[in-house]
Design a protein around this ligand. Sequence first.
Ligand code: OFO
Length: 170
Amino acid sequence: MIKESLQTAINEQIVREMYSSNLYLSMAAYYASINLNGFANWMRIQAEEEMIHALKFFDYVLDRGGKVNIGMITATPSVWAGYIQPFADALEHEQKITAWINDIADIAHTEKDYATMSFLNWFIDEQVEEEKTTGEILDRLRLAGDSKSSLFLLDNELKARKIEVATKAE
Ligand code: OFO
């Protein structure tokens, strides 16, 4: 049975992952509206992955005999000041997610809940990857500066992204 403190923290994280999913879906819509369809594809897949993250936490609470409580998901922004801003916001958001996952790991550590510590390792590794990938795209967007050909090259590259994560934690 999962401890109350961890159940509460993970339920809060489910909402954050769902918010992340909505945020990236909103960014996908923004990119589609300015015909940067590769960026739109990348963000849409990111949104799907975030929902899978939410489901991994959801399944974990149930697997440990806990109770899932899904709280309110706040509205996301829908417009950005130019095509670089969503990636700057996404990186900042991922850094917050990393800090929240670390906070849950701290609780698991304090509670000596080794199963949750092990479960969280997947997310800890995933955050390294997410911050790296988002940061790289942001750097490339900034490097492209006013070059439309570099922007369209990157947009074309991002069209190739496909969903990679399984729907249930193995
Ligand atoms: Fe983008 O992060 Fe989920 O966990």
